[in-house]
Structures are given as C-alpha cells and as structure tokens.
Ligand binder design. Structure first.
Ligand SMILES: [Zn+2]
Length: 366
C-alpha cells in the first residue's frame, strides 16, 4: 500500500512538473480513473462545535449564540430536534455529511480557551470552547471518518504536557487560533512548545488572516509573519485560510503569507472558508500561481460555514455555480466548488499525504 502511494505520488509529482495538475480538475484526462479514485482525500479543517448540552463540555458565549450567524446555522443544519441535544445532533450531521461528501476523512478541530498570564483558563474572555477530550470521544465513535485535531493554546501552563497527552491519544495535528485565543505565537516563550511539536511530528495549524465568525481579541495576532518562530523550530505549519481576508479588511495579510511560503518549505496553507463570498478576491490571488502556491494549499472546508458558489460564477460559469449551489451537503458543496476552480481533489490528496505519509518535517535548509 505504501509503495502504491509512493508510486502514485511520484507520478503526480512528475505530472506537476510537466503540466500543471491545477488546470486538470481530477487528473482524469491524463491518468487512469480507477487509480485516481483510490487516492485518499482529507478535509483538514472541519469544526466540531457545541453549546455544552448533553455533557460534552463545549461552551459558546452569548455574543455568538445571540448572533444571526448562529441562528442561521442552527436552522440550516436543523440542529433543534425535540428530544435531542444540539451537540448530539451537530455530531450526527457532521458524520452524515462527511460520510456522503466523497472525501475519505475529515480532521475535526477542537478549540482551546483563552489563558491568563498565570497560565489558567480565562472563561470570561473565551468566546467558544471545544474540549480536546470531546474531540477524541467523537473521533473514537467515528474513527473510519475522522481524525482528531485538538487545540492547544501555548499560553496554558501545561501546554507541553497537553501536547504529549494528545500525541499519545493519536493526534497528528493541532490547532491554534491566535486572534480569538489571545495568543502571540511569535513569543519566544513558546519555542519549547513548538520544538516539542516538531520532535513529535505533530503538524501545527494556525489561524491566519481576518476572522469574521467569532469575537476577535486582537486581529494583529493573525499575521502570517508570526509563524516564523514555529517554522524556525522545525514544525510543519499550516496557515489556515492562507492569510486571506475580505476586500474591506485591513491590513492585507496575504502578501506576508506568500513571501513566507517562498522562504519556508515546511509551510502550507489551507483553503478553509475560501469558498465564501467575502474571500473571492483573495482566493483568486492564490489561484493565480498554479505551481508555487496552489501546490502548497491543502483542502479545508471550514464546515459548517457554507461555500457560496454564485460568488465564483464569473470564473466557473452560471450553470456550474447553480448546480453546485443546489448541493445540500456542505462538505460536498465546498469540495465541488473547489474542484470546479481546479483545486479540489489535488489539494485534498495533498492534505491526506501530508498528514498520513510524510512524517518527517522539512527544514528551511532542506
Ligand atoms: Zn475554521
């Protein structure tokens, strides 16, 4: 199996060097379709959320649950069902949609708290929380579909211990969300934490770019340049959202991501939430560079935040946009949109490869 994957990968690498695969939505015109179907795919960025009913330990602040986005998602995903908990129903929908998405697996993300300067959880400043134990519980119930992406705020007093515990529980990746968790990932106090991530081959996902779905403590914490510390410690880092934002957002953080990408071979980006209407301009800027940039983007949906195919109609055509918009499965809608944009399957295979096959971190000198 490993040999088959290696052969397929080298064949794909060869194809990438001779003709850009990003121009060929599923390689179907250049290689054997059955072989392509067998290549496993991963959505590296799907959220596990909860309000804490049913003893999940999740938390969500009133500033979120009173907002229109929350009410919209509750209605769209049909999360209020008599006799059922919201958290249980959310898990059920996530399982159903992943199962029917056509993707092999999805990484489900936890969300750590904000921590005070003594390393203790600061619940007043935490807008939402998804405990790592809940992530592992849901993964254990659906291990054929999900892999765990726990969240560890490096500001917590026991950050290294929690990292080692999550690694022992099978975590191959973790998530940090600097603007909502109030953490400066460039602070050299965190060097030890990132060195341990590199030693354990735990991939570090960090939110970059402008956040529009949760209360932000400090938007400057989402700047891609802050990833240098983790990259210099040898970590494999995924810049979630690739430093993107809306046209109205300032400053423009995308150039920082692009310049880091040139400098660090251990840096990747993900395509989470890039199918939304506000990110069209920045997604198109990423898609401009088919080889240097697109080959370093990993598929992520940002479930449950929906893709909006109509926003991309100028590029994919009205008929295709309408067809994809009619897909009620949010993971599939997002994947189909990205496939139509030429970056679906290849980036989902790259995500699977990074997480499951390439276990040795690269350094800038490689
Ligand atoms: Zn996200």
């Amino acid at each position: 199996m490993r040999n088959m994957m290696r052969n397929l990968w080298s064949r794909r690498t060869f194809l990438a060097s001779t003709a850009s695969p990003w121009l060929m939505p599923s390689f179907a015109n250049v290689t054997d379709a059955d072989e392509v179907q067998r290549s496993p795919t991963l959505d590296i960025h799907a959220h596990l959320f909860g309000i804490g009913d049913g003893g999940t330990g999740c938390r969500m602040s009133r500033s979120i649950t009173d907002g229109p986005a929350f009410r919209y998602l509750m209605a769209m995903l049909k999360l209020r069902v008599p006799g059922r908990t919201v958290d249980g129903r959310y898990e059920e929908v996530l399982v159903q949609q992943t199962h029917q998405s056509g993707l092999t697996k999805a990484a489900i993300l936890g969300q750590d708290a904000v921590y005070d300067n003594r390393g203790k959880a600061d619940w007043k400043r935490t807008s939402f929380y998804v405990p790592n134990d809940y992530v592992f519980t849901v993964v254990a119930r659906n291990s054929e579909l999900f892999i765990a992406c726990p969240s560890i705020n490096p500001n917590r007093g026991d950050a290294v211990e929690e990292l080692e515990r999550c690694h022992e529980n099978g975590a191959r990746l973790l998530k940090i969300h600097p603007p909502t968790q109030g953490v400066n990932v460039a602070d050299t106090r965190h060097s030890k934490f990132f060195r341990r991530c590199a030693e354990l081959n735990v991939i570090v996902l960090v939110h970059t770019g402008h956040e529009h779905s949760a209360p932000v403590i400090d938007k400057s914490l989402a700047a891609p340049r802050r990833l240098k510390l983790a990259l210099d410690q040898g970590c494999t880092v995924v810049a979630c959202h690739a430093g993107t934002g809306w046209i109205s957002d300032s400053p423009d953080q995308l150039p920082e991501f692009l310049s880091l990408l040139k400098r660090y071979p251990n840096l990747w980006g993900d395509t989470a939430v890039l199918g939304s209407a506000g990110r069209v301009r920045d997604f198109e800027r990423l898609l401009e560079d088919k080889n240097q940039v697109c080959s370093r983007l990993l598929h992520g949906s940002d479930f449950p935040f929906p893709a909006v195919p109509a926003a991309f109609a100028a590029r994919i055509g009205d008929t295709t946009a309408a067809r994809i918009a009619g897909e009620s499965n949010l993971l599939k809608r997002d994947f189909d949109l990205k496939e139509a944009l030429g970056i679906g399957r290849a980036s989902a295979e790259a995500a699977y490869d990074l997480v499951f096959n390439r276990r040795t971190p690269m350094t800038a000198s490689d």
